[in-house]
Design a protein around this ligand. Structure first.
Ligand code: CO
Length: 219
């Protein structure tokens, strides 16, 4: 871990901007014109899961929404506004919901640990836990946190798919795929949870197969 202080952040920033200008002249003037990302990333706020670095994407290439435990709730105007902007204005082609192993929000939900205001937020993951209680109980206790990370991603992919934004976009024939991934903080690798939904008709069987896949991989 670095012990960077605030003045270091400005120093690093100037160095980064200088380096970018040297390596790729005109990079920033190009960005000024407009952003036209093909990707939207919905991830956890966790500092260990930075969307651009993990995927090797430059500024301008991924539209990012992050919150505690990568949850998409139908009453959350923040997430829904971000999704709407990404789909309708930026015309992204892919939305990835990305969980990560060792997620504090998921662990708190799994163990029913009280942490404060966020308990009300994490309740959404407890709903996921309760929906899959029999599956979780059939798995060794030490594997349950990772399984709940995967299940939470799969459920949040469904929530994106059934959002008004996506229902309307797909009805209008727009091509957008929703993906479910999980990131390993321990190895830096992304895992595809095989929950890639490109049209609403495919969602239900993909959901069942993805949940079965999670169970089969960890049983
Ligand atoms: Co997390």
């Amino acid at each position: 871990m670095t012990t960077a202080n605030i003045s270091d952040l400005f120093k690093h920033n100037r160095e980064w901007a200088d380096q970018m200008n040297r390596d790729r002249p005109g990079f920033f003037t190009g960005l000024v014109e407009q952003q036209s990302p093909r990707y939207m990333w919905i991830g956890c706020s966790d500092s260990r899961v930075p969307a651009n670095q993990i995927t090797g994407l430059d500024p301008g290439e991924v539209f990012v929404h992050r919150n505690v435990a990568n949850i998409v709730v139908h009453s959350d105007l923040n997430a829904l506004s971000a999704i709407q902007f990404a789909v309708e204005m930026l015309r992204v082609e892919h939305i990835m919901v990305v969980g990560h192993y060792g997620c504090g929000g998921v662990l708190a939900a799994l163990h029913g640990k009280r942490i404060g205001l966020a308990d009300n937020w994490i309740r959404h993951i407890q709903d996921v836990r309760d929906r899959h209680r029999s599956l979780l109980e059939s798995i060794a206790p030490e594997k349950r946190a990772d399984v709940l990370v995967d299940l939470n991603v799969i459920e949040q992919v469904v929530n994106v798919c059934v959002s008004t934004v996506m229902v309307d976009a797909w009805a209008a024939g727009q091509k957008v795929s929703i993906h479910g991934w999980a990131f390993g903080v321990h190895d830096g690798l992304l895992k595809d949870l095989n929950m890639t939904v490109a049209n609403p008709d495919a969602m239900e069987h993909l959901y069942r197969d993805a949940v079965d896949g999670v169970w089969a991989a960890r049983k």
